[in-house]
Ligand binder design. Structure first.
Ligand code: MIC
Ligand code: SF4
Length: 647
């Protein structure tokens, strides 16, 4: 039987399990990446597992998230990552070299390879036909040590692209259209595979915009074929030798198929505060805008920046807006500068920010109170920008630049400028001196790993008990993101290596007293709605609740990476057997989860619920976890499981 692109790559890397939808499979991982905000934990975990040298073909540690370096904390963390990386055989991309996903597809990605990264937007590499997935730091550490990465064999959804984009309609509008159709839960348990004639009209950076934001569908990953366009991109990056052709077979079968006609698409935007709240730009045209930010791993490629520059050229931005631009990599910035396009952007009145995540993760450039901010990013979750009452819209660079000129949401098709001739360069400027190579084995032996005082040991994990009796400390609604659980931003990010300090901010955006209540109770349970834990891969969203005594999370459904992170931290994830029971459980109820060890046999878990009026009832929940994950829980988390297994 014919195979899809993803099935071909999975087959080549299959270590355990069968390629049957929903079954757990183990994959050999060729490449890993980490970024600094999740990296310190990942490397502490790598060291605790006793891994001396990485066993992957390539591992890279990027510094791109936490770049403010106010005080010693960030700098200490960067120095720790640099020294631990070099000693363990890992490349180190220095601060300023660019955003991990952008640099990775420019300089390291290769068609047909598997990549996991401690960042949920790792699927960006799918634009280069990699099987690239976001994972928790512990899973990345295990993969660096040569261990497999486990996922449930996903469904494969085909997105058939027909026609070609009209001027000022972009790759961002394609992925916003997919989000409009499928929603933020629509990709859960699936890989999205792009095919059709329309694919041939999209360059690698445009494909990467689409695969990047596939993360917002909850998808395991997204992938494009590897074709002549991929080859040409790699040639221009002087890396043609890593190219190979990969496409689906004609008789490949898909679980679902959607068709998008590129010729009829219009500029779109995602309204506050969810990436699937998609409308046409024309519907909101004229709305006053306070701030505009162009960048992030979704839209910071040279192509995005050149188009932005062409729209801004010879103009001045509106008095009422502040425009910030963060090129995705040093290669992009340097080429913008060489071509003169950077001058056009500066002359128009934009602020040039660092080649880093910056405003996307709330590291500065927060909007004013109740401000309207247009961002070319991938997430507009509540509070993520750093201003809780701001209205954040997600748009293409073209829409952003047009709106910056007028000071209001503007359909770029109304501009009197032609940007259709802007193309990718025939040769990129290659200078890899922002990447520091690992030490040789001999040198590594003697090299010291330098740790600053900000790095605190991570919390203790506990073997799964047979009974848990605890209060519901928090009940949340649907679609709770990891930004709700463990906010990021300039205030909290410096403590990513310090779980006790981070715990003060847990759930702060929706419930300021959560951390205190949890600490007072000593142990607790969280009840969530559907798609609990969507968004980032940050394992802090599990490690901090663990530190605060959370023993179990009961939800209608979980996001993939977060559920794995809970298990890796030794927290029991349970699913309501009947979603209506969610309404009956109240915050403050005391739950007795009993017979847990026996429940591991049949996956049914019974809970006695005692409400504050003294009434009692029985709640049925279930586990949707593999045999291996049960063993991880019994061992007290992935770290202990791995160390015990290798002992
Ligand atoms: C994000 O976009 O939310 C982040 C910040 O890149 C996270 C990683 C993190 O929390 O450090 C992600 O997407 O996984
Ligand atoms: Fe960085 Fe934003 Fe991309 Fe996350 S989504 S990796 S914060 S640019």
């Amino acid at each position: 039987m014919g195979k899809t692109i993803a099935e071909k790559i999975i087959k080549e890397h299959l270590i355990s399990g069968e390629m049957i939808r929903g079954e757990e499979i183990g994959l050999r991982i060729d490449q890993t990446l980490t970024q600094d905000a999740t990296g310190t934990m990942a490397y502490l975990e790598l060291e605790s597992m006793g891994i001396k040298r990485v066993k992957t073909e390539l591992s890279v540690a990027y510094i791109d998230h936490n770049m403010l370096q106010s005080g010693f904390r960030n700098s200490d963390d960067h120095r720790y990552i640099q020294t631990v990386a070099r000693k363990h055989g890992i490349y180190y991309s220095r601060p300023g070299n660019g955003i991990c996903h952008q640099v990775h597809y420019e300089r390291f990605g290769a068609p047909g390879k598997t990549l996991i990264g401690s960042d949920s937007h790792t699927p960006t590499g799918g634009g280069l036909s990699m099987l690239a997935m976001g994972a928790g730091g512990m899973d990345v550490a295990v993969a660096m040590g040569g261990g497999a990465y486990y996922i449930k064999m996903p469904k494969i959804i085909k997105i058939n692209l027909i026609g070609s984009l009209r001027p000022f309609v972009t790759a961002k509008d394609i992925i916003l259209e997919v989000l409009r159709i499928l929603g933020v839960k629509g990709g859960v348990g699936s890989i999205l595979e792009y095919s059709g004639e329309g694919v041939k009209t999209l360059s690698v950076p445009e494909r990467c915009t689409i695969t990047n934001m596939g993360a917002e569908l909850g998808a395991t990953t997204s992938i494009f074929p590897s074709d002549d366009i991929t080859k040409e991109f790699l040639r221009a990056q002087k890396r043609e030798e890593v190219h190979r052709y990969i496409d689906s077979d004609d008789d490949a079968t898909y679980d679902e198929v959607y068709e998008i006609n590129l010729s009829t698409l219009e500029p779109l935007l995602a309204c506050p505060s969810s990436p699937d709240n998609v409308k046409k730009v024309s519907e909101l045209a004229g709305k006053k805008v306070d701030q505009i930010s162009i960048g992030s791993c979704t839209n910071s490629s040279l192509l995005d920046m050149m188009k932005t520059a062409a729209i801004l050229r010879g103009n001045t931005i509106s008095d009422s807006v502040s425009l910030g631009i963060s090129p995705g990599s040093r290669q992009v910035l340097s080429m913008l500068s060489d071509s003169g396009a950077l001058g056009d952007i500066i002359e128009a009145g934009a602020r040039i920010l660092e080649c880093a995540c910056g405003p996307c993760i709330g590291m500065g450039f927060s909007p004013n109170s109740k401000g309207v901010s247009l961002r070319t990013f991938n997430r507009n979750f509540l509070g993520r920008s750093g201003t809780k009452d701001a209205e954040v819209y997600l748009v293409s660079p073209e829409t952003a630049a047009a709106s910056a000129l007028r000071g209001e949401i503007t359909d770029p098709r109304s501009l009197d400028v032609d940007i259709s001739k802007i193309e990718l360069p025939k040769e990129y400027k290659i200078n890899d001196n922002g990447i520091i190579r690992p030490l040789s084995l001999d040198e590594a032996e003697k090299a010291e790993v330098i740790r600053g005082p900000n790095i605190k040991p991570f919390p203790n994990t506990y073997p799964l008990p047979d009974e848990i009796k605890a209060e519901v400390i928090l009940k949340t609604g649907d679609n709770i993101t990891t930004d709700h659980i463990m906010p990021a931003g300039g205030k909290v990010l410096p403590y990513r290596s310090n779980i006790p300090k981070m715990s003060e901010f847990c759930f702060e955006v929706i419930d300021e007293n959560f951390a205190n209540r949890a600490k007072e109770a000593g142990k607790g349970i969280i009840v969530g709605g559907s798609n609990y834990g969507q968004g980032s891969s940050r394992e802090h969203a599990a490690l901090v609740p663990l530190y605060l005594g959370i023993k179990a999370v009961i939800a209608k459904s979980f996001a993939r990476i977060h559920m794995a992170n809970l298990i890796n931290a030794g927290i029991l994830p349970l699913i309501f057997n009947n979603s209506d029971d969610y309404d009956r459980v109240k915050q403050g109820d005391v739950l007795a989860i009993y017979g847990i060890h026996n429940s591991l046999e049949n996956d049914k878990v019974f809970i006695k619920v005692v409400s504050d009026d003294g009434s009692e009832w029985e709640l049925l929940t279930r586990m949707e976890i593999s045999k291996r994950q049960k063993e991880i829980l019994l061992a007290g988390g992935l770290l202990k499981y791995t160390v015990n297994k290798d002992a």
